[in-house]
Design a protein around this ligand. Structure first.
Ligand code: NCD
Ligand code: ZN
Length: 333
């Protein structure tokens, strides 16, 4: 199998964090991606123009070549004026975290009613609503399915709002997106396309594969693959979410997979298995840009058939697939 030359990809869902490690995480992404959408669930959260601008400056200092699509975290009661001010400061995305659904979301949104003004301001400014689609009240493997009615309501109540359902994990969510309107997009991670609940907990418990939404079984993984291969509105977001190794290996591992260092090689293996390597570039480099109304990146990367072993630790965290040998590697051209 020959090498693959691709337009430099976008990562439309990545966690760069704020404290120590941030520079390394940013550079790990900028090694192969030309553009990234950093998520706003930092400490402190990105939810006002000043914090957002200071954060963007730090990320740019770590990787001047990386283009950013800035996001803010929506809060209950957030005013339309705050959203407008963030839009003027460069925010293009407002993130909806259901209260308690994932890392740093205890202060999230109980119901969409709580952010009606903010949603109207997103619609008015042309910002995209990015949704963590899980209902934390439902049993853990049911949470994404349980959230779909809320999403249906959001789309109906805000007919001009552009929405991205993040990190699809189930067949039902994939079908929802496939049947949805043009203004509904979705991201899919490399780990949800590669691994299942059995990789996470079928033998030994692998905390480094624990994320929200939790990995599902093969039926779901295969439905995600189908969506990724067939739908123009489904694009790549790594959901790379590093946590320090010690915390992930404690008795209470937080959710999040450090995916950035291995995402592209994992995706190449998935697309190869599906005999669809010719569709990888659309998924990682074109569709998301089109959805967000951005031009494709100008850089190039090359995926090479060169086996390599993923280090046990990178940047103080343990990457997905640590210790295993991957068939594909990636380099800048
Ligand atoms: C993410 C994190 O750690 O910030 N965790 C995760 O499991 N995906 C948050 C998120 O995107 O849910
Ligand atoms: Zn995330």
């Amino acid at each position: 199998m020959r090498d693959l030359l691709l337009r430099a990809p976008d990562d439309f869902h990545v966690h760069f964090r704020s404290g120590p490690g941030m520079g390394e995480y940013v550079r790990r992404t900028s090694a192969f991606f030309d553009r990234a959408l950093p998520m706003p669930n930092t400490l402190p959260p990105l939810a006002d123009p000043e914090t957002l601008a200071a954060y963007a400056e730090k990320v740019r200092a770590a990787a001047p070549g990386l283009d950013l699509v800035l996001s803010i975290k929506l809060f209950p009661g957030m005013s339309a004026d705050t959203v407008r001010a963030c839009a003027r400061a460069g925010a293009r995305v407002g993130k909806y975290y259901p209260a308690g659904a994932t890392t740093h979301s205890r202060d999230g949104i109980p119901t969409p009613r709580e952010i009606r003004d903010a949603l109207e301001a997103l619609e008015e400014t042309g910002m995209v609503l990015s949704v963590h689609g899980e209902d934390p009240e439902a049993p853990v493997l049911e949470r994404e399915r349980a959230f779909l009615p809320v999403l249906r309501g959001l789309l109906a109540d805000h007919p001009r709002l552009r929405v991205v359902l993040e990190h699809l994990s189930t067949r039902e969510a994939a079908e929802f997106v496939l049947a949805g309107p043009d203004r509904l997009g979705a991201t899919v991670t490399a780990h949800h396309l590669s691994f299942t609940t059995d990789d996470l907990a079928g033998g030994a418990l692998r905390p480094h594969l624990f994320c929200k939404p939790v990995l599902q079984d093969r039926t779901h993984r295969d439905a995600l693959r189908k969506a990724v291969l067939s739908c123009d509105r489904v694009f790549f977001g790594s959901d790379s979410a590093p946590h320090p190794r010690g915390l992930k290996e404690s008795g209470e591992a937080p959710a999040g997979v450090y995916a950035a260092p291995v995402a592209l090689p994992l995706l190449a293996a998935v697309f190869e298995e599906e005999e669809a390597l010719d569709r990888l570039e659309a998924f990682v480099s074109f569709r998301g840009a089109r959805f967000y109304g951005l031009p494709p990146n100008r850089g190039r990367i090359r995926l090479t058939r060169e086996p390599w072993t993923v280090p046990e630790e990178m940047d103080g965290a343990v990457p997905a697939a640590a210790g295993s040998t991957l068939a594909w590697n990636v380099e800048r051209v």
